[in-house]
Design a binder for this molecule. Structure first.
Ligand code: FE2
Length: 383
């Protein structure tokens, strides 16, 4: 079997790494930057050191702030229009996954005609886009290292992804100091999203030795640091573990796919407006129960990473402990497993199961296949 592994070409990491921004802008040959960020980060003045560093080095910067939890096509169009009007030749995305996804989608529209919807899907972007430099301020999506931009498709009340090699950023800057102000609740849900990215990529049927290396290290870093990062946001070592793990998992899962946990989490009705990471964390224990005997050796490793002692246990026994260890972890982070606690009604389970089973991109390479009936039974059992 021949596999292709692709990833971003350049990652700058470390406390204070954001001060390399002007050097990175020069590297792409740009002189005029559009900084896309959130209104919350502007209020906290997070963007100011970036603007200052750019100005010191003769690079003009225009700040474009959006108050957007879920970017939609109009956000990408507005950002692209802002980039055109200030004659930007680089887009800097500073924020959580939604902002970074919006920056990538806007970069498409600065070089290719809209509407952005025509690029939803795989490899539909026809050529290079405006260069992007991505700076995450949360640790979860791994968007800074992936070739994917997810936007909300308002017509279908669904999320759609643009997947293209042209979406890779020219550089990702991972600066743990930028993540210390993230509230504990968001640290927990985004951190669990990153753990599940690594776990679902690790057990995926398309996993390789290369993605295993990335995903195992991502899970180790998160398992040892997520409780600390939630309890003490200023703990820079824990913050660094979380930020680097999120990028490692992003490098892993963008070369495989996610699996049943994401299939179920993404099938939850949008009108509940539940954060993606929270849903993923709530579904994680049942997803492990569903999968673990289909890949016992791998789940035994996951159980060990989550603190189980494999001594005297068969891989099958050890794999079974992974779900309990995951339940303990999410409980420690203040997240109740199952969907009932998050406002989802029993009557909605059938629809969730049907949409999840139909999510072929996620289910086809999941270690265990499942029909809508199988997933419905799972959702009922762990409701
Ligand atoms: Fe996710």
């Amino acid at each position: 079997m021949i596999h292709t592994f692709q990833t971003i070409a350049r990652i700058i990491s470390g406390n204070g790494a954001v001060q390399s921004i002007a050097r990175e802008v020069h590297r792409v040959g740009a002189t005029q930057a559009l900084i896309l960020t959130s209104t919350g980060l502007v209020r906290r003045k997070t963007h100011l050191p970036i603007v200052a560093d750019l100005k010191t080095h003769g690079i003009s910067a225009t700040v474009f702030a959006r108050d957007t939890a879920e970017p939609c096509p109009a956000d990408a169009e507005d950002c692209a229009a802002a980039a055109r009007s200030c004659r930007a030749d680089v887009i800097i995305g500073l924020g959580g996954g939604s902002i970074l996804d919006c920056a990538k989608a806007a970069a498409v529209l600065t070089r290719h005609p809209g509407p952005i919807e025509k690029y939803f899907g795989q490899d539909l972007v026809p050529g290079p886009c405006m260069p992007t430099i991505l700076i995450p301020t949360t640790a979860g999506t791994g968007s800074e290292v992936t070739s994917i931009a997810v936007l909300e498709d308002k017509h279908n009340n669904a999320k759609k992804a643009i997947v293209s090699d042209y979406l890779y950023a020219k550089a990702a800057i991972l600066d743990p100091e930028l993540t210390v102000s993230m509230p504990s609740r968001i640290t927990a849900s985004t951190g669990m999203d990153a753990f599940v990215h690594a776990m679902e990529s690790y057990v995926n049927r398309t996993a390789t030795t290369i993605t295993d290396g990335l995903n195992l290290q991502a899970m180790r870093c998160i398992a040892r640091s997520i409780r600390t990062a939630c309890a003490d946001g200023q703990h820079l070592t824990a913050r660094a573990d979380m930020l680097y793990a999120s990028a490692l998992a992003g490098m892993g899962f963008s070369n495989t796919q996610n699996g049943v946990i994401h299939a179920i989490a993404m099938a939850a009705p949008a009108e509940h407006h539940l954060p993606h990471g929270l849903l993923v964390a709530a579904v994680a224990p049942m997803g492990i129960m569903f999968n673990c005997q289909a890949a016992p050796e791998k789940y035994a490793h996951i159980a060990e990473i989550l603190g189980c002692d494999p001594q005297g246990k068969t891989p099958q026994e050890c794999a079974g402990y992974a779900a309990c260890a995951m339940k303990d972890l999410v409980a420690d982070l203040g997240i109740t497993p199952g969907l009932a606690a998050h406002g989802i009604k029993r009557a909605e389970l059938r629809g969730i199961a049907e949409r999840a089973a139909a999510a072929r991109r996620l289910m086809d390479n999941n270690p265990r296949q499942g029909t809508a009936d199988d997933l419905h039974a799972l959702l009922e059992e762990y409701f």
